[in-house]
Unconditional design. Sequence first.
Length: 320
Amino acid sequence: MRAIWKGAVSFGLVNVPVRLYSATENHDVQFRQVHRTDGGRIKYKRFCSKDGEEVAYDDIAKGYETEDGNMIVLTDEDMADLPTRSSKEISVEKFVPEDQIDPMLLDKSYYLEPDKSAAKPYVLLREALEVQGRMAIVTVSIRTRMTMAVLRVRDGVIVMQTMLWPDEVRAADFATIEDQEVSDKEMSMARMLIDELAGDYDPSEFEDDYALAVEALVKAKLEGGEVQHVESDEEESGEVVDLLAALARSVEKAKASRGESAPAAKTPAKKAPAKKAAPATKTAAKKSTTKKAATKKAPAKKTAAKSSAAKKSAPKKKAS
């Protein structure tokens, strides 16, 4: 890894020289815009919307559009007069309990590595944070702009996570959920389902199906072979007539996926089509859409009737 910033953590009269490294990297599939017929890259030129002339990069300035539609041009000279901070210091403002930091406020993550001469005060800060169960609220300037951040410990390393400003988090206002009530039976069944699906988080159980599918597609194209189009499995309708029955079926599927034997769930008789309850979220796991096959398989025959939910084994869940 290459350090992107050098400075020092300052708390009280103690300074800990550190280097900053990006703790995450983006593995999203990246596409290019190309000409469909020959694959040539698409290029863009900058034109002025008023006179239609092409504008050189050196002639481009920042513009701030007001609410009434006026455009205020801000030059480099204007921006140079703004208050900026170029301090190479991560200044600890206070130490707060970990549970006071809303995860929604956390943004970009960085690793802090100490200089060899600062290993001891670094370890001291790390141990103190862990023992006290607190995070350090800090201010830091990255690329001249001051931002808030927290220092916390992860796997024996101090991590700095920049924070959003409070006004950057939008408030949720959903009137449709305010007056909803659930019955005791529905709550009991929901708790049972949660217990059946409870476990520890293991990142290795999940994979990016979309990225794998794109890689397989590109490889097939590159090798000149036939692209395999995998037919998606039939899924039940997203509309559930009986919420309690849906929860019961979900519990049975969860048990079946764990290999547990369980009596078949009693499914209540279907209500008249005119009386439909609000749709409920399906909890059944979806099968992975990325199947590696050397030969093309014939499509499976569709059966007229669906198997009982209690006998149907749910496939291993994978993140999409």
